[in-house]
Each structure stands twice: as C-alpha cells, then as structure tokens.
Design a protein around this ligand. Structure first.
Ligand SMILES: [Zn+2]
Length: 317
C-alpha cells in the first residue's frame, strides 16, 4: 500500500512530511527535487496515500481503509496522477493539465476532504500547459494538494517554483538501493552487486537482468498481495526481450511491457493449471479466472501496471 513508511531511504524528508500531514500544515504545493530513480515517485504516492487515508496514523496512511485500498489500486477518484516521465508519450500536454488538473481542482473532492494531484517531471511544463497549472497554484482550492517532481528544480519555470515548497532528495545509498532491488524481486546477491554500481539511482539497474522478477517470485508476490505496486514497478522496468518487430521498427515501450507482462501471466496460468489436480482445485480455478481476466485487460490495452496492481488486489481478496 502506498504510504510514507514504505519509502526506502529519505528518512528526513519522510519524517518532515509525516509531521506536516499530521498537523494539517502541508503546503498546498510541493516540489520534490531528486535524480531519476531516487524514489521521487514512491515518495509522492506515499504522500498521496497519507493525505487521502480515512484513518491516518501519525501523519501516514493506515494501509487498510477503503481509501488506502483505492490508492493502491489506482482507482481513488480524488487522486490524479499524471503520466510518469518514464512512460511513453509523457510530456504533460496542455489538454491533460486542463482536463485532469485545472477542471478537477474546481470540483470538491468526492470521498474525503482532500484531493491530490501528482505531476511528474514539471521541468518539462512550458507555455500553455504551465499557464493552466499556474491558475491552480495561484489560488489552490481548499483541500487541494499538488505534489510535483522534478529532476532539475533550476529548470522549472520560476512562476511554478516560487509557488511550491521545495523538498530536495539525496541520492540513495548503496544499502538503500539494495533494499529497493530486493523488494522489486532481484535476488539478494545480485541486488548487492548492482546496488554498488547504482550511483544513487535504481534507474538502469533493472535492465539486462537474467530474470529481474522470476516467475516464482512474481507469483508469490501476487498471491500474497504484497505491495502489488512494487510488482508493477518491476514489470515497468522489464528488459525488452524483443526490441524490434519484423519490420525492424522499435516497439513502443508500453507494447513491450504488455507483451512481457502477458507472457508472465501465461506462465502463472500454467502453474495454476497444475494446481487444478491438487487438493486446492477450487481455489486454483478461481485464480485462473482472475488471471484470465487480467490477460483480457491487457488485450484491451490497459496499462500493464494497473492490470498487475488490480490482479494483486483481487488475488488477495
Ligand atoms: Zn487508510
């Protein structure tokens, strides 16, 4: 479940945010500055989880209320997360900012007292998109929180930067990187070796893995419903096994992820089918149904990340 306490590293900023949230003193706009792969996204989602939680504990998400479950599943109506800068076609367009942020901010939150907008890589915001966002930044409606991230605060338009509280993240230490990798399914020995070459960021450490999240580990994580966001993160960092199709044209990142994700789900299916002969046949049949539904979702071009996250939740219930 996204929460501040699940963030690895960044103890100072994390505790500061928890204190501010607990006292209801978090500034309406926050600019999180850190290198890519240093955990800006996990911190942003954890903060969103804390702000939206219905039974907050010490300024952090409880992890069990309906709001927390919806944040984890990516279905909370008061959480708007604009595309991550690792996603394809991710430049925040003016339409996206207008429709998803400006228009939504005018309306009251649907569930709790707050509404959270997460915008990644705001140094890319220019022109009309930046102007649209400024309207919200200048007069944030009550209960509205904007959590923005950047890899270069100096590159963010001064008009945006000056209206947000800056929070700088340090690069992750080797031990912290190792924990991030292990949580993402990398074997401990391999994780330790990779972490040493990380330079403070987990970017690039997932690729070229022999098997970054082996099928047994993926299945175990999914079945236990443990932090399906982490599983989805691992999926998002999968190496591309077939980078080119017959025409030699590069597949889009999303299509590759969908392909690899689908292959894994098919392997999960195979092993579940073997369980049909065992004592737990009814349970296995039920799970097969759910995995098949996830495969159908992938075919409908839903984001692999969302598909895996909701499968993780559904298998746990
Ligand atoms: Zn909660």
């Amino acid at each position: 479940m996204p929460s501040l306490s699940e963030v690895i590293g960044h103890d100072g900023p994390r505790r500061l945010l928890q204190r501010l949230v607990a006292r209801g003193r978090l500034p309406h706009a926050l600019l999180i500055d850190g290198m890519p792969g240093s955990g800006r996204r996990t911190l942003s989602r954890g903060l969103a989880g804390a702000l939206l939680c219905a039974s907050m504990v010490d300024g952090d998400a409880c992890g069990t209320c309906q709001s927390c479950i919806m944040v984890a599943a990516g279905t909370h109506p008061d959480l708007v997360e604009l595309p991550h800068d690792g996603d394809a076609a991710s430049d925040p367009s003016v339409d996206l900012v207008r429709d998803q942020v400006v228009a939504a901010a005018r309306e009251s939150p649907l569930i709790g007292p707050r509404r959270v907008f997460v915008l990644y890589g705001v140094e890319r915001l220019r022109g009309a998109a930046a102007n649209a966002l400024l309207k919200v930044l200048e007069e944030p409606p009550a209960g509205t929180h904007l959590v923005m991230t950047t890899a270069a605060a100096a590159g963010v338009l001064a008009t945006i930067r000056s209206r947000a509280q800056l929070l700088r993240l340090q690069p992750l230490g080797v031990a912290e990187l190792e924990r991030v990798l292990i949580r993402g399914g990398i074997a401990p020995g391999l994780a330790a070796a990779r972490a040493r070459s990380g330079g403070g960021s987990h970017r690039g450490l997932w690729r070229d893995a022999e098997d970054p999240a082996p099928i047994s580990a993926l299945r175990r994580l999914l079945e236990q419903g443990i932090d399906s966001g982490t599983v989805a993160d691992a999926v998002a960092h999968l190496p591309s096994r077939e980078p080119r199709n017959e025409d030699g044209v590069e597949r889009t990142l999303a299509a590759e992820q969908r392909l690899v994700c689908r292959r894994w789900l098919e392997q999960v299916l195979q092993s579940l089918r073997a369980d049909l002969r065992g004592a737990d046949a009814v349970r296995a049949a039920d799970r097969i149904e759910r995995v098949l539904a996830a495969i159908r979702d992938l075919q409908r071009n839903l984001q692999p990340r969302l598909v895996i996250e909701s499968l993780g939740l559904s298998l746990r219930n």
